[in-house]
Design a protein around this ligand. Structure first.
Ligand code: ADP
Ligand code: AMP
Length: 215
């Protein structure tokens, strides 16, 4: 099962991908998490990504395609995976199909979470992340059990550099400028499922699970 999550930054992709990863027992592959880990590690990929991510711009296609290509051939991806934050350009969508085809695989479902930009700006100020476990929280809507600590790893929660309002608005603009051809690409293949991300985390989860169960 290969599932692609789409939607504007802050729509809830990471939150729902995390829930689904536990439900389906297949890993969530978040290019944002992988790039943040590369920055922390000081790798070449991290050096290429750091300034672009800070300002909210997209990292070049060849960099993200490269990290996904390496990741999907690992053993834990053998029964499927959930893509969170990839593809973000039509070139990435086509590169994904090509690398899947090379391995006799196809995308099974695309889930696009729709959320109004104003709701997103309000949401992102409250986002807190755990960089090791990949868990995502919100100080009001989805708090951790112990404030400031991850439920899974116990690590300290942090606020992302790119969650400042001006950067969030810039990222939303990039999404609006790039998303249409990708949605059309998946619509043509009858893979696209739209879900309102403005419902509770639980309601969004239930809707996604029912989509996953459909043939
Ligand atoms: P994305 O991966 O699409 O950027 P996240 O999953 O990181 O989005 O969610 C952005 C923020 O919104 C996080 O703080 C998260 O806890 C919160 N959030 C996610 N889903 C919902 C929801 N349905 N209602 C309210 N807040 C949510
Ligand atoms: P995210 O964690 O998905 O919100 O991504 C954070 C940032 O990482 C984005 O604003 C981009 O700078 C970069 N990024 C993540 N995924 C991609 C991608 N598929 N293509 C290009 N840049 C990406």
């Amino acid at each position: 099962m290969i599932i692609v999550f789409m939607g504007p930054p802050g729509a809830g992709k990471g939150t729902q991908a995390q829930i689904l990863q536990e439900n389906l027992e297949i890993p969530k592959l978040s290019t944002g998490d992988m790039l943040r880990a590369a920055i922390t590690a000081g790798s070449d990929v991290g050096k290429k990504a750091e300034e672009l991510m800070k300002s909210g711009d997209l990292v070049p296609d060849e960099v993200v395609v490269g990290i996904i290509k390496e990741r999907i051939i690992q053993a834990d991806c053998a029964t499927g995976f959930i893509l969170d934050g990839f593809p973000r350009t039509i070139n990435q969508a086509q590169a994904l199909d090509k690398m899947l085809k090379d391995n006799n695989l196809i995308v099974d479902k695309v889930i696009c979470l729709d959320v109004n930009p104003d709701v997103i700006v309000a949401r992102q100020a409250g986002r807190r992340i755990a960089s090791k476990s990949g868990c995502v929280y919100h100080i009001e809507h989805n708090p951790s059990k112990v404030p400031g600590k991850c439920d899974v790893s116990g690590e300290d929660l942090i606020q992302r550099d790119d969650d400042k309002e001006d950067v969030v608005r810039h990222r939303l603009g990039i999404y609006a400028d790039t998303v249409r051809p990708i949605l059309e690409y998946y619509e043509k293949q009858e893979l696209l499922n739209k879900v309102s991300g403005e419902q509770s985390v639980e309601a969004v989860k239930q809707q996604i699970l029912s989509i996953i169960k459909q043939k």
